[in-house]
Design a protein around this ligand. Structure first.
Ligand code: NDP
Ligand code: 3PG
Length: 497
């Protein structure tokens, strides 16, 4: 079955990708499409349907109906469906990876890894769901003052209803399934609004779920520009939960959404604090991996390096020599550094670089840009008055700030409006723990660059970096609510065992 044949039904005769509703692939009545520009060629690569509000209404209605039946489907059967989808997804990793290469310029090998990781995430979620959703709680009343043992409270986790999933461009498959799988195992239905860049990879992934035989209407995927249908979706009365990953848009959504659970994973400015006693080779390899993988377009990328004065020259030299080995070019050639997602993104990154230059930062390499391709750049002597000290470039440019005390590094980290992850490099575990406790971020990595994975670890941001916590177990729990039934006995009963 592996190959592209199974995907022929998802595209129409004019090569516009269809949207997915009621278990079928459909053309939008709008007659309009949205173009997806290949970041490398800067030409239109694909087109997707611009769905209408009426189509969104129908999807929500179908999702509501399908969810009622799905919630009555035994947990082990829900898990079986997910395992099947995971296997199909992994089987078709090659054509899906091609879409990631063309739509978001993800290096070829990383594109395959994203799909395989997604399959693993779906399987793990199915297994975790079977365990944690199979357990409930029994409380007895006599532990609270004034009560006898006459009430037994049975509580369990039940679905929320319709979950709306909105992932960002940089992991359009993985950050979609990290929402889809927990929603489904917990008995919810799911409406996906994929990012425009990455929508075609996401539609291929949805076809894998279709092939796994989920009931009609349970999963839907509506396409269109977020700026056009986003508000209609996020404020739709049929939505019972929103799981969003992306930038500041998430803050706006949080303000507009109704009284429903929200899971928001937003931007970051992950700091890397380097102490005098750190293993500097380990530091350098983690700065390069953390700062420049996928051209810095990861929320968990290292986005500011804070190094003690005594070791900063050595760190900069080691990072420079490793950076010189990074290949720069096309994602098809599996280069380390590939074009950033759009021209506007490249312009924004360039703006940060030029601001730093004007204010006196030193460039460790020559600044070079061709189209959306920006060569990796390390900026030394960055100071707090420069935009790049605080803003998230989402590109292959990384500032180094020289610090004279650990406190200065912690202060810079905590003065950020973001609080996603951070990392500290030292051989002294006691200092590392103290620094981790002092850093106001959702996660601190000791002696390694920030990262979301493994995908079952909790993943959360403080401040403008988000609301709630992701990671497989936390996402399953977040997409449920507690339902209690209390048995009231006519008289207290104490068991003697
Ligand atoms: N903390 C985390 O886990 C992660 C955070 N990010 C952050 O995301 C940003 C980059 O990703 P990017 O995709 O550009 O982020 P955006 O916030 O621009 O877009 C994210 C998603 O929101 C959609 N969207 C846009 N406008 C609206 C709206 N009004 N209502 C509802 N949805 C809307 C987009 O659709 P469309 O594409 O059609 O506009 C896309 O699917 C960075 O700031 C990065 O740090 C990225 C990955 C992980
Ligand atoms: O979108 C992102 O950038 C991710 O959530 C980070 O994932 P990673 O650390 O696995 O790259």
């Amino acid at each position: 079955m592996a190959g592209t044949d199974v995907f022929t039904e998802i595209v129409d005769g004019e090569q516009v990708y269809k949207y997915y509703a009621d278990g079928e692939w459909k053309k939008s009545a709008s007659g309009k499409s949205v173009s997806i520009v290949n970041p490398t060629t800067r030409q239109t690569q694909y087109k997707v349907q611009a769905c209408t509000q009426e189509e969104v209404n129908k999807v929500m209605e179908a999702a509501k109906t399908a969810q009622k039946l799905w919630a009555r489907t035994p947990l082990w059967k829900r898990a079986e469906h997910l395992h099947k989808a995971a296997a199909i997804l992994k089987e078709h990793r090659a054509p899906i990876a091609v879409c990631l290469v063309k739509e978001i310029a993800k290096p070829a090998k990383d594109a395959v890894t994203e799909v395989v990781r997604s399959g693993d995430l779906v399987s793990y979620t199915a297994e975790e769901g079977v365990r944690i959703l199979g357990e409930g709680k029994l409380l007895v009343s006599d532990s609270f003052p004034g009560n006898e043992r006459s009430k037994y409270c049975l509580s369990s986790k039940v679905p929320l209803g319709v979950v709306l999933a909105i992932p960002p461009f940089n992991y359009p498959v993985n950050l979609a399934v990290s929402k889809i799988a927990p929603a489904l195992i917990a008995g919810n239905s799911l409406v996906l609004k994929p990012p425009t860049q990455g929508a075609v990879a996401a539609l291929h992934m949805i076809q894998c779920f279709h092939l796994a035989g989920f009931p009609k209407g349970l999963i839907s995927c509506v396409t269109g520009k977020g700026s056009e249908i986003g508000d209609f979706l996020t404020m739709h009365p049929g939505v019972n939960c929103i799981s969003f990953t992306g930038g500041d848009t998430g803050i706006a959504i949080s303000k507009k959404a109704g009284m429903i659970p929200l899971q928001m994973e937003l931007g970051g400015k992950d700091a890397c604090i380097v102490l005098e006693d750190a293993d500097l080779d380990l530091v350098a390899s983690n700065i390069v991996k953390g700062g420049y993988s996928y051209s810095g377009q990861r929320c968990t990328a290292v986005k500011v390096v804070l190094v003690m004065e005594s070791v900063v020259d050595a760190v900069v030299e080691k990072v420079k020599s490793k950076m010189a080995k990074l290949s720069v070019g096309s994602p098809e050639d599996d280069c380390d550094i590939t074009p950033v997602v759009s021209e506007s993104s490249a312009n924004f990154i360039e703006g940060l670089v030029m601001d730093a230059k004007e204010k006196g930062a030193t460039f460790c390499q020559e600044y070079r840009r061709e189209g959306n391709l920006i060569w990796p750049l390390l900026l030394d002597h960055v100071r707090p008055d420069m935009r790049i000290a605080w803003e998230e470039p989402f590109g292959p440019v990384l500032p180094v700030i020289r610090i004279s005390s650990v406190e200065e590094g912690i202060h810079h980290c905590n003065a950020s409006n973001f609080g996603l992850q951070g990392c500290v490099f030292t051989r002294d575990i006691n200092k590392a723990i103290l620094i981790s406790d002092a850093m106001e971020t959702g996660t601190v990595q000791i002696n390694s660059a920030p990262a979301r994975g493994p995908d079952h670890f909790p993943f959360q941001g403080l401040k403008d970096s988000g609301i709630g916590s992701q990671g497989i177990t936390n996402s399953i729990n977040m997409m449920t609510k507690i339902k209690s039934t209390v048995i009231n006995l006519p008289s207290p009963s104490y068991t003697m065992g």
